[in-house]
Write a protein that binds this ligand. Sequence first.
Ligand code: NVA
Length: 367
Amino acid sequence: MQKTVVNSWNEWDPLKHVIVGRADDCHIPPEEPALDAKVPEDSDMRGQWGRRPQETIDRANELLDNFAAQLEARGVRVDRPTPIDHSLPATTPDFHTESQFGCMPPRDVLLTVGSEILEATMSYRCRWFEYLNYRPLMQQYFNEDPNFRHECAPKPRLTDADYHPDYLSEKIGVEKRLKWTAEKFFVTTEEEPLFDAADVLRFGRDLVVQHGFTTNLKGIEWIRRHFPDHRVHAVNFPGDPYPIHIDATFTPLRPGLILNNPQRRLPEDQRGMFEKNGWEIVDAAQPAHNAPPPLCYSSTWLSMNVLVLDPKTVCVEKSEVYQAEQMDKLGMEVVEVELRDAYAFGGGLHCCTADVYREGTCEDYFP
Ligand code: NVA
């Protein structure tokens, strides 16, 4: 029987169908320009690459499987990617890198807007082929849903011209990084459109896109032209020395309410659309941890990388007690999910999922 399988317009409507990533065969890729710019200078990941230790892969998979089961128990359909061989090099006529990344996190690759799932360009060479992990699901949705639009953004060439060489020096220092991000001088150039799907937040008719390391202005312009019925807003967060992926920085919980990372506040001159429409932007609670787990790309702010199940219910990582407490005070029912040991594979509860179906239609929240 033919039916609507793909439909999701925002980050909070009741979730009915989602993709949850897998940790199978995940690799720490070799050095490359955009990836290096994101790895903090004191990180334990600097200078090493290869397949992640099997026991960490097994543990992450255990947690991801449990999360999938928790969602299913709440009536959410959960699909999983089919891992490709991530040990294979990624080679095109324009670049070569010795290994790929993994099929975590799907949120970085897949952008669902209404009945469309768009494969992002990606901005790391090691992630160029990552969409292949999701192609079996895309084919399945195409067969099941006559209105599903499977799209992919133009694959970028990712030559050296895509990256500012200034970012490649050994030790830049956080002070200089903060100055550069305040000036919107990022590692990626404007050579061609680049974006990762996790830089985009969906607010019905409005798409809010982070300009930073993984998404450039041409990428944002490409998104604007691709979704002509949407308003597309570029935002940036000067307090973040490693600005990639918006979902540990700016987290909408329901119409009218957004959590903002207190170290990465949205600048005053970018708040207009929210203020005019009575939206509240509140500082997120502090993370429960002082440091990320070993071999992790992300910051401790994965605490606010939550998955909203509906405007009154939110999944929060189990150890993130301050974030859970804040959610409770904000009137949300908290579903605890253990995921910290999977953070190293590319993120938290929002990152490790990609929307397929949320109830609801495209609304205008900023008339
Ligand atoms: N900007 C990020 C990535 C979050 C998914 C961080 O805070 O590490």
